[in-house]
Design a protein. Structure first.
Length: 203
């Protein structure tokens, strides 16, 4: 079938009643409610009340749609500039935003593994993470150790909480005795940052 949108332009502005932004946001709503596998061109078109073929004017493929969804989700992770000058405050701010964004869009982690292209928001997030740890003055490998440690904790906690919420929805009585700890992420994050301070902060 003819494809009139062969290139993925991250900054495209669509004209007309159907916009690419509407397509991406609708796909995200489906993924938020039913998971990434529930997203399809046909499902999105049905939700928007248009023919599936009309989406291909704006989206070249489902692969590109997932990349655009991920880029939109990660927009919520990018901090406003300037970053806090203190490395610990900066890493804390990035981790908190990442945690809440991944909780809001748990499919984003799966999308990261599927995405064929890395969008500008994910690139900016990576740049901010590197800038946050720069005041520690670490060698590149040690800087990456710190970032991976914080990422692993943040992503792991988001996945754990999202999974527990799903279990509660299906088996409410089974997890009735599992306490809700609103500050659990904060406590764990401070423990991780304490470890970074002890091992890597030589200044």
């Amino acid at each position: 079938m003819p494809n009139r949108a062969p290139e993925l332009d991250w900054e495209e502005v669509s004209d007309g009643s159907l916009t690419r932004a509407a397509i991406v946001l609708t796909a995200m709503e489906i993924a938020d409610g039913e998971g990434l596998d529930a997203v399809s061109i046909r499902r999105v078109a049905a939700r928007l009340g248009v023919r599936p073929m009309s989406l291909y004017t704006h989206i070249a493929s489902k692969e590109d749609l997932i990349a655009l969804m991920l880029n939109e989700a990660v927009a919520g992770v990018v901090l406003p500039e300037p970053l806090p000058e203190d490395w610990r405050e900066a890493l804390r701010a990035i981790a908190l935003r990442s945690y809440h964004e991944f909780l809001a869009h748990p499919w984003a982690l799966e999308a990261l593994g599927r995405a064929s292209r890395i969008g500008p928001n994910l690139q900016r997030h990576g740049e901010q993470s590197e800038a946050a740890v720069a005041p520690l003055g670490l060698a590149r490998d040690d800087a990456w150790h710190v970032l991976r440690l914080v990422d692993a904790y943040t992503i792991g906690q988001a996945m754990t909480v999202a999974s527990l919420e799903r279990v509660r929805e299906v088996h409410g009585e089974f997890v009735a005795d599992v306490p809700d700890l609103p500050d659990a992420f904060d406590v764990g994050l401070e423990t991780v940052l304490d470890g970074v301070e002890h091992r890597f902060n030589r200044r």
